[in-house]
Design a protein around this ligand. Structure first.
Ligand SMILES: *Cc1c(COP(=O)(O)O)cnc(C)c1O
Length: 372
């Protein structure tokens, strides 16, 4: 089989999504399946939908367009603020977009009018992580102006934490979001259908909170795909952490000294070897590098250590593991490594589901062609 590749087990992804959907349903919270890390690849999006996610969310309009083109049937949410230059595409491909700027909402209104459509808006609120969001004190004024715009429907509010600064979702900031939702409903005599509390880093709060208040939606990517809680880097009980694994192939395996020799200067990806003796190690080179993966985000099997990487080579200390040329070595991944691997045209994406061997083979080039 071709290498390097991501092996994507659709049944495991479906299991993870279903498990989270069920747990959160007990709290009155629905799940938006976040598709950005896999570029909206339709079979993976469908696995999420089969598991009961109620909408799909992506940061990039291209990925929503990919799924539309493939006839993925779901409510599509653009979860990053639209670019002014893309409002027509946003109105065409997204049912809902997340917004923080009145000028952009105004442009969406004009685009929706041109297309003779309604476009739905979620207003994002800043609650401490300092990425996107309207300052809470400015929210009501923006609600008032949004409500006056033709062809725009205000569907709800939301927030995003844990992404830029690591601000944790907790009882305080989540009850702030609930309070803002209640006051908008009271002051404007309307209902907010969506109160979207956050991403995978909200799970710990949501599943353990006694009251989740008005929050009725979470947007989950990493937890579904990797079974991880990004807040503390631990795996989530009952979920697969190997639904997606990365596989690369050995192109050199030799006993070599663990330390370099000669006059040592800088190299583009300098990484000092961990050992400081002249002992020999079984040094193994995989045909993959920074261009394809984030080496710091690969999780190797016990006994195998990643010691260095350059643009096209990944160097391992294989320890006592006998590994020869042509052998394939598998890794689990962090979210950052997954993003880079998904985006590399050199890494093929091989999807499997139980019972059937291969149900699909998608590479980024094909996806990009589908978009063009
Ligand atoms: C990426 C993203 C998510 C999903 O984050 P995960 O940690 O993968 O669950 C949710 N909301 C927004 C706004 C995002 O940009």
């Amino acid at each position: 089989m071709t290498a390097p590749r991501l092996e994507i087990d659709l049944n495991k992804i479906q299991h993870n999504a279903r498990t989270l959907v069920r747990r959160l349903a007990g709290k009155g919270i629905t799940v938006t399946g976040v598709t950005k890390s896999f570029l909206g690849c339709p079979p993976i999006a469908r696995a999420m939908l089969k598991a009961g996610v109620t909408s799909l969310g992506d940061a990039r309009i291209e990925n929503l367009e990919t799924m539309r083109r493939a006839n993925v049937l779901a409510e599509m949410r653009l979860i990053r603020s639209p670019m002014l230059s893309q409002v027509d595409r946003v109105v065409a491909a997204a049912d809902v977009s997340f917004n923080t700027e009145l000028d952009i909402i105004g442009a969406l209104s004009a685009a929706a009018r041109r297309a003779d459509r309604r476009h739905e808006i979620v207003l994002m609120v800043e609650l401490g992580d300092l990425r996107e969001g309207i300052m809470p004190g400015d929210l009501e004024a923006i609600v008032a102006k949004t409500l006056r715009l033709p062809n725009i429907v205000l569907k709800g509010i939301g927030t995003n934490l844990g992404c830029r600064s690591g601000t944790s979702p907790d009882a305080r900031n989540m009850s702030d979001l609930s309070a803002l939702s209640r006051s908008i409903e009271a002051n404007f005599g309307m209902r907010l259908n969506i109160v979207t509390g956050g991403n995978s880093s909200n799970l710990d709060w949501a599943l353990n909170a006694e009251h989740v208040g008005q929050i009725n939606d979470l947007r989950l990517g990493e937890a579904i795909l990797l079974g991880n809680d990004p807040l503390n880097g631990t795996s989530i009980a009952g979920l697969y952490t190997d639904a997606i694994v990365f596989v690369a192939e050995v192109i050199e395996a030799k006993l070599k000294p663990s330390m370099p020799w000669g006059d040592i200067a800088l190299s583009p990806f300098t990484r000092i070897p961990a050992t400081n003796d002249s002992a020999e190690i079984l040094q193994v080179i995989l045909a993959v590098g920074h261009q394809d993966i984030d080496p710091a985000g690969l999780i190797s099997a016990p006994g195998i250590k990643i010691v260095a990487a350059s643009s096209d080579h990944l160097v391992l200390d294989a320890g006592r593991t006998q590994i020869g040329v042509g052998t394939e070595v598998a890794f689990k991944l962090t979210y950052g490594a997954l993003l880079r691997a998904m985006t590399s045209p050199f890494v093929s994406k091989v999807m499997t589901s139980i019972g059937k061997r291969m149900v699909g083979h998608v590479d980024v080039n094909e996806l990009n062609e589908a978009i063009a």
